[in-house]
Write a protein that binds this ligand. Structure first.
Ligand code: SF4
Ligand code: SF4
Length: 154
């Protein structure tokens, strides 16, 4: 994305370029990022820094492609920066739709709400292709789906 296109990102998110100057560079966002659990080695702070400095953000940046919109970064950030909204605006600008986003939209159009098992089902081809199924147990914990386990009696 060229610098002069970034105005759309600020329009869509209601952030101004200078708002990102508060970012402390602490990388707490990176430490909790769901995409990093897929071993993609991403750093949300890097995207904010590039926007702040007006640097190009490539369309193949893993976070732009795979951000799940889980808001873990926002919850952990000392400034509660709405990183997934920034990433959604970047996708809008770059006309990119992640497999998860497609699945979310499909679920909304059918049930009017996000139905997690459907999202998971629709994402399976992508997960298989990328070799991400090994992380399934952890994702189920994120989604609040817990496998039955034996209760130890006293
Ligand atoms: S919303 Fe996106 S950038 Fe933030 S923690 Fe989740 S996957 Fe990472
Ligand atoms: S957690 Fe917030 S302040 Fe820290 S690096 Fe990430 S975006 Fe910046």
């Amino acid at each position: 994305m060229k610098n002069n296109d970034q105005s759309r990102v600020f329009d869509l998110t209601d952030y101004k370029r200078q708002d990102f100057s508060v970012c402390l560079g602490c990388k707490i966002c990176a430490s909790v990022c769901t995409v990093n659990d897929l071993s993609e080695n991403t750093n949300p702070q890097d995207i904010l820094q590039k926007l702040f400095l007006g640097k190009d953000i490539p369309a193949d940046e893993p976070l732009v492609r795979y951000c799940t919109g889980c808001y873990r970064c926002t919850g952990a950030c000392p400034w509660n920066i709405r990183i997934p909204e920034v990433i959604r605006a970047l996708r809008e600008e770059l006309a990119i739709e992640s497999p998860f986003e497609k699945a979310f939209k499909g679920s909304l159009s059918i049930w009017g709400r996000v139905y997690e098992p459907y999202v998971l089902l629709m994402a399976i081809p992508f997960l298989l292709k990328g070799g991400y199924m090994k992380h399934m147990t952890r994702w189920m914990e994120y989604m609040g789906i817990h496998l039955p386990h034996k209760v130890k009696r006293a």
